[in-house]
Design a protein around this ligand. Structure first.
Ligand SMILES: Cc1cc2nc3c(=O)[nH]c(=O)nc-3n(C[C@H](O)[C@H](O)[C@H](O)COP(=O)(O)OP(=O)(O)OC[C@H]3O[C@@H](n4cnc5c(N)ncnc54)[C@H](O)[C@@H]3O)c2cc1C
Length: 290
């Protein structure tokens, strides 16, 4: 299938890109890796009259550590996240998550900024970025702001971006000593998208009890979410099987699981439980230095 005709723009600065977005309004869309946008344009589910390619803007592709966080430029590809030595050392779960996205072709072109802005309810990064309590730096006509991951995915294919705003950086705080995280995914065999994916983050205090725990879930509902009831059940508890079992049962509390050709709502709720258990156990082993 072929996209409807459009005008291609390749600004060389962020300022130019934002000015174009402002001028062209709803007729324009930003293009990053094209791995989500081009397929929907080919299916004519989107027919933007203008594409504003971010690829000509220098300085939006990097992974670096600064001020207590790892900062990842929006145009950094999934393959770069997967291969990053800094991430493997400091936030290995993020590199692992990237390695599970689609296939090599998708990972070589797709970008972290494009993935979070697209906000696909079955995308992988949102689960892990929710569990890691990431923030997104966005720049628009009114200036720069940062949005916590917990507020960034309000609905299906909807990111908390205002008109004319562009995601420029993903900021992931460095976890304290005694922390571990794991992303567990049950993948659709054809696309590799998550039927359900759960990321667990656990931080232990000196006595070995859970100082804090966060669970990010994708694929289960119409948007990625934090499993707050499960997190509350873990807070301050001893990390043992009975506690993990109870927390896992709470992952979908208050959540309406979705049903489609890949699985019923009940099946997804069950997957949430199973994957949460596995993610918590692996996160705990890592927090203990395993
Ligand atoms: C065959 C296939 C399999 C896939 N499997 C998976 C999978 O297993 N897991 C998974 O998570 N994903 C999967 N994907 C999606 C892939 O990860 C995409 O790379 C990602 O969703 C979008 O990133 P992109 O850079 O390609 O963005 P694009 O396709 O260029 O853009 C996507 C959307 O985001 C907007 N956008 C892009 N960048 C920005 C920005 N910086 N600021 C504001 N808006 C922006 C665009 O306007 C567009 O609306 C798959 C895709 C394909 C084609």
């Amino acid at each position: 299938m072929v996209c409807a005709p459009f005008t291609y723009h390749r600004p060389s600065s962020l300022r130019q890109a934002i000015a174009l977005l402002q001028r062209l309004g709803e007729e324009a869309k930003v293009l990053a890796g094209g791995q989500s946008l081009i397929p929907v344009m080919k299916m004519r589910l989107a027919q933007p009259q203008h594409l504003i390619d971010l690829g000509g803007i220098q300085g939006l592709s990097y992974i670096r550590e600064a001020r207590g966080a790892v900062r990842i430029g929006a145009l950094t590809t999934h393959a770069e996240v997967e291969a990053s030595d800094l991430l493997k050392r400091r936030l290995p779960v993020l590199a692992e998550t990237a390695s599970l996205i689609g296939d090599m072709q998708v990972r070589n072109r797709g970008t972290i900024g494009g993935s979070v802005a697209h906000a696909d309810p079955a995308a992988d990064y949102p689960a892990t970025l929710l569990a890691l309590d990431a923030r997104f730096k966005v720049v628009g006509p009114e200036g720069t702001r940062t949005v916590p991951a917990s507020q960034f995915f309000p609905g299906p294919f909807t990111a908390a971006l205002k008109p004319g705003e562009v995601v420029t950086e993903v900021q992931v705080p460095l976890p304290p000593q005694g922390s571990g995280a794991s992303y567990q995914k049950f993948a659709n065999k054809a696309s590799r998208f998550a039927v359900v994916g759960v990321c667990a983050f656990i931080s232990l205090n000196a006595r070995g009890t859970i100082r804090s725990a966060r669970l990010g879930v994708t694929g289960a509902a119409d948007h990625p979410f934090r499993a707050t009831a499960a997190e509350e059940a873990l807070q301050g508890a001893r990390p043992e099987e009975r506690v993990f079992q109870r927390a896992s049962r709470l992952v979908t509390q208050g959540v309406e699981c979705v049903a489609d050709v890949h699985g019923s709502a009940e099946y997804r709720a069950w997957l949430c439980q199973v994957l949460a258990r596995r993610a918590l156990e692996t996160a705990l082993a890592r927090a203990r230095g395993g």
